[in-house]
Design a protein around this ligand. Sequence first.
Ligand code: ARG
Length: 581
Amino acid sequence: MSSFNSIAAKRIAQIINLSEEEIVGMLVKPPKPEMGDIGFPCFTLAKALKKAPPQIAAELAGKVEQGAPFSEAKAVGPYLNFIIDESAVAASTVGAALASPENWGKSESGKGKTMVIDYGSPNIAKPLAIHHMRTNVIGAALMRIYKATGWNVVAINHLGDWGTTFGQLMVSYKKAEAENPDQPVDVDALFKLYVKFHADMEADENLGNEARDWFKKLEDGDEEAKRLWKSFVDASMKPLYKIYGRLGMHFDHYLGESYFEDKMEATVENIKARNLLKESEGAMVIDLEEYGMPPLLVQKRDGATTYATRDLAAAEYRHKEFSFDKCLYVVANQQELHFRQVFKALELMGYDWANGCEHIKFGMLSLGPGVFGENNGEAITGSTRKGVVIFLADVLDRAVEKAKEILLDNARSESVKANVDTLAEQIGVGAVMFTEFMQRRMKDITFTWDRALNQQGDSGVYLQYTHARLSSIIRKYGKALPKEIDLSKLETDFERAVMMKVGQFPAAVEQAAKENEPSIVASYLLELCAVFNRMYTDKERHKIISEDEILSAARVGLVESVRITLANGLALLGLAAPEEM
Ligand code: ARG
């Protein structure tokens, strides 16, 4: 509504002596819809003009610019009221979608602004687990949604490729290598070593010190430690890239924690220069008691740096390199305190850009009972140490298998059968991804196959299926749409509802960016499909292709605008839009 308000205000500003902003502040909503959609009260003008308000309203109505997006501007008592021409507005948006499909849904509201997004960012040397789904899928969607609203986006993977874990791996790797000179270094072997380290540590506490020593060596530049570290990192990246490809993720930069190794000294100096560094039991901290938070650990007793210090250095680097307006961290809710501490520390370090940093939190993901083998529905986040973890790649593979079964069961055409592997990948992976968007991100999710693969209900499969159905209607029409389509032919209540819904797409994308909430796009798409399917199943009144060429073109045009909207919306969320399934 607000854009209509500003158009109305602009028109009023042309004929009276008030600014557009002042007028916007005066606008009201008329009490009854038949009176109009936007009202401008004329009382305050009465004194200056020495006329009665109704007379002023009547004069303004005679002078004000008429025409779209309003069907009329008229005097109603002491008000000048504007009536929004909804069908004209809807028709013009459908027209915009058809005229420029690739730009439909895009805007320029973020033009000139830069957003750095830190997402994905796993701790490496172990395979991705199912709970990594959340940051990957939500982060990639936000990246695309911001781009669609005109932001310049820099996507960064802040890999967890530094820290004591690597010391732990070195300890158990050295032990394993002593027993077996051919000890493999791939991500599965590393994961086993990691689990073994934690099991062994229960018996031998000293292992913790050994691990710290190894990490210290790594930080001090020891050759062997560096060589081992490098081989662990290399082994981890290959499977990571593969999953990122499957999930449609993209990064402009991989700047892991290790990248900040030689930048932390300067960061520590900056902290010192602000008189923020305090000693506490041999370690160095930033005291945050005044702000109701525990101290931020900058340097451990042995001089080793911390996750937090690397985040401070990374934030400084990001601002220096990209001078961002916003820096988003798409990270689980559990790290809430960490980010509050880091952002406060940046503020205390004197960086006014710290208020552009924002933690984009999300709730927990757990698997429903029996979803995966012996899993009994317990929350699985964060149990990797004991080795009880469900790998993301396995969940995707299972989803693809199930999608393939469903496709082959229903296969309506030979080309679906011929393409079944590609389609199964698109649908299976899409189904798992879409579960991320079925509720607002702060809500916990329980993953079940029924929900993920439900063809009728709120699922990615349902959206993809609707897209395939729309595509098949267009194929049936079998020719290019005429240049001029008479959308005024679309007169039924259901057709008008579809037009109105299509027109809301750009606003949904805008809102999703504003709230950092991709689920807004998802629920919009579900509503769009519901409104379309309501029209489509009412076949009596809505035969799409008929003898009437002009009506057919209008209806097919409408179908095509829904298809474009759905395809663009799915693309924002990272899902494929199959033409047939
Ligand atoms: N590697 C961390 C983890 O897996 C997440 C990193 C998030 N980003 C950041 N800049 N701290 O828990």
